[in-house]
Design a protein around this ligand. Structure first.
Ligand code: PDD
Length: 286
């Protein structure tokens, strides 16, 4: 069952118009959430970011925070899911052809929930490969990557390059050549017991997982530096990992053709364990 504009409909009948500006122009925003044991992890943070993305593109979401939360749970339950992924998408809506948002009186609001199948265990045991790609991350003053936009071409072009190079994930640099982020993930690296990650003003999505990792690391007395870093920094890192809602922390052991260890590093393992504990606490406290 899919939640479409205020009601649950069967997947086969969950249709959106070919005049929807999400389809015509990629005009809209979205969020991805992870559900553990029937509990939507950090649902409020995701709904807040959805509203922030909406306001950054002058889109009015027809549902309040509380109503969206309710709809998320309604969709999870209607599909009988425990471990799942939820995608909330909001497009500008149906309207005649043309760029003016006023052509679309009503946004299209969709929630899809599907079982979480996970990533291969070997990725967590051995670490994955990244490729630093040619495609640059969108310039912040053109399309701010803090907008979690339905228009994903920037990331898709990077993904195509990464696949060609046999890498699990791409790392994009910003327009000035500083490390930005992956196609669906943020990046961290460790040197001399310090955790480094690109600052939000480099032009990245301020990942919810990223935020949690930074807080957890500081709680554990690990120094965290958010800043501007050149790709060479990664080549000489002691540990690297990427983060996202669905991957949590994914260790990286290869970047381009340079090997960074053969298994997940110590700090990566400590932080991933702490992340799982946070999830557990959240689920228990629900
Ligand atoms: N991706 N950077 C980009 C470009 C992303 O698309 C994502 C999320 C992240 C990590 O953010 P978070 O920790 O809030 O999930 C960083 C989700 C998983 C997706 O595209 O489905």
């Amino acid at each position: 069952m899919v939640f479409l504009n205020n009601r649950l409909v069967h997947e086969k009948r969950a249709m959106v118009s070919v005049f929807d500006h999400g389809f015509l122009y990629g005009d809209g925003i979205y969020e991805t959430l992870r559900v553990y044991n029937g509990v939507a992890f950090m649902v409020d943070e995701h709904i807040e970011r959805l509203h922030r993305s909406a306001s950054m593109i002058s889109l009015r979401i027809p549902l309040t925070h509380a109503k969206i939360r309710k709809a998320v749970y309604k969709t999870i339950r209607a599909n009988g899911l425990d471990d799942a992924v939820v995608r909330i998408s909001v497009s500008r809506g149906e309207g005649s052809i043309g760029l003016d948002p006023e052509l679309c009186p009503e946004p299209t609001f969709v929630i899809i929930a599907y079982p979480f199948t996970g990533h291969p265990r070997i990725n967590y045991e051995r670490g994955v490969k990244l490729a630093i790609v040619e495609t640059r991350r969108n310039y912040r003053r053109a399309i701010d990557p803090r907008i979690k936009s339905l228009n994903f071409l920037n990331n898709i072009l990077a993904k195509i390059e990464a696949k060609k190079r046999g890498a699990f994930e791409a790392i994009m640099l910003n327009h000035r050549g500083y490390i930005a982020e992956g196609t669906i993930s943020n990046i961290f690296f460790i040197k001399n017991k310090t955790l480094f990650t690109p600052a939000v003003d480099v032009g990245i999505l301020d990942g919810i997982t990223r935020g949690l990792i930074i807080n957890m690391a500081r709680e554990k007395g690990i120094e965290v530096i958010e800043g501007r870093f050149r790709p060479e920094e990664l080549y000489s890192a002691e540990e690297i990992f990427i983060s996202s809602t669905t991957m949590e922390l994914m260790p990286v052991t290869m970047i381009d053709d340079i090997r960074i260890g053969t298994k997940p590093g110590r700090i990566t393992r400590i932080l991933h364990r702490a992340y799982k504990e946070k999830v557990e606490e959240y689920v228990q406290g629900f």
